[in-house]
Design a protein around this ligand. Structure first.
Ligand code: GLN
Length: 391
């Protein structure tokens, strides 16, 4: 039997996607499982964006785009960064279009990190960052954001994680899975650290427009001294409800962009050309689109939080992104048991909290629910979750 690589042996399959598969195999025509595990919308993407994709295919935009991205799309993205944040991005030298933010993150790490370099990762973390570190040879150094303290960043704990081998830091704000939006002070602490120790920040900003209660998103790259040391990763997926299109991008200074483009070229050549044309249309949508997106998700957040509280699953109130972490400890000994039983007994899928922690026990009393769903879907979940009363 040929053996598999030591790299591949070091991490397991995605638990998030496994829960979606479990939901699919547990579903019956009479009782389809309500999937609040994987964070993908179950509603339509904006018509104008879909129409642009149709038009591009009709017009035969069917061959490779420029490997680092269609010019129209890169220019539209640069315009959007200027409009929204006053952030000046040269679309010719500072932008690389990738196959989703997932490729954007791994291509950036592969371009910047040498094996053995340390990269700081906040914990709990989005599950990709662990395998990303393994694949790029990085040694992750975890900094816990304390749930008991509202996931606040402890500057001393962060500083203590820096060693002479530290090369970078991964920052995901608005954050999956906690819903945390890093404050201006916290971003300032990260900035100071990056500048002082010559670190590269890899920021996953995919939930930039999904914020609540007056919270707002600030790209780390817009802070003094950060544009030259930040890889800003993002995608169409969450902002325009097209997670299956796999179109993302990285903004980085020219020297880093040159390396990212090389890695990207040999990894995937490029993202789907017609969908990049649609991306150019999406990026030009007026501000009202983003305001209504935030409001749309706020309604769903508030509804699901109420449902969860009513059934005794105390939720964390997210200020951004579209997930909530809840305390499942009153109902089960472990998050995995709870999540499995919830699917099989009640027909609702969630994600076990342990998949967001390096040490499973830290997430053992937590599960994550996604609320990027039609209200009718959340209502169906509410009916099922009422069954917890008799567990
Ligand atoms: N980001 C989404 C989540 O956390 C989807 C993850 C994925 O499957 N790529 O659920």
């Amino acid at each position: 039997m040929p053996r598999t690589s030591r790299k591949a042996d070091q991490f397991s399959e995605s638990v998030i996607r496994e829960m979606t598969r479990l939901a699919a195999v547990t579903s019956t025509p009479q009782r389809p499982v309500v999937n609040l595990a994987q964070g993908f919308p179950d509603f339509a993407a904006p018509d104008v964006v879909k129409e642009a994709a149709r038009r591009a295919i009709r017009d035969d935009v069917n061959q490779y785009a420029i490997t680092w991205g269609a010019q129209s799309f890169r220019h539209a993205l640069a315009d959007k960064y200027r409009r929204h944040y006053g952030f000046h991005v040269d679309p010719e030298t500072q932008l690389t279009v990738t196959c989703g933010a997932t490729e954007g993150m791994i291509a950036s790490l592969l371009a910047v990190i040498d094996p053995g370099d340390e990269v700081i990762v906040f914990e709990p973390f989005y599950e990709n960052y662990g395998p990303d570190a393994v694949l790029s040879g990085a040694v992750p150094s975890y900094v816990v954001l304390d749930p008991a303290d509202g996931f606040a960043l402890d500057p001393q704990r962060l500083r203590a994680a820096v060693t002479p081998r530290t090369r970078g830091i991964i920052v995901n704000s608005p954050n999956n899975p906690t819903g945390k939006v890093f404050t201006a002070d916290e971003l300032g602490v990260i900035r100071d650290l990056c500048v002082e120790h010559d670190l590269v920040a890899f920021t996953d900003e995919i939930y930039e427009h999904i914020v609540y209660d007056g919270a707002s998103h600030t790209p780390l790259a817009t802070l003094d001294g950060m544009a030259e040391r930040t890889c800003t990763v993002n995608a169409l997926s969450k902002t325009y409800s097209v997670t299956g299109w796999r179109v993302g991008w990285v903004v980085a200074p020219p020297a880093l962009t040159a390396a990212i483009r090389k890695v990207h070229d040999f990894l995937t050549v490029g993202a789907a050309a017609p969908l990049q044309e649609a991306g150019a249309v999406a990026a030009a949508l007026p501000d009202a689109y983003y305001t209504s997106l935030g409001e749309f998700y706020r309604q769903r957040r508030d509804y699901l939080l109420g449902v969860l509280r009513d059934v005794g699953l105390e939720p964390v109130v997210p200020r951004g992104a579209y997930y909530t972490m809840v305390d499942c400890s009153p109902f089960a000994d472990s998050d995995v048991d709870f999540a499995k039983r919830l699917v099989t007994d009640l027909g609702v899928a969630c994600v076990p909290g342990s998949s967001f922690f390096r040490e499973p026990r830290l997430g053992a009393g937590i599960v994550r629910f996604a609320f990027c769903k039609e209200l009718a879907t959340l209502e169906a979940a509410a009916e099922r979750l009422a069954g917890l009363a008799t567990w």
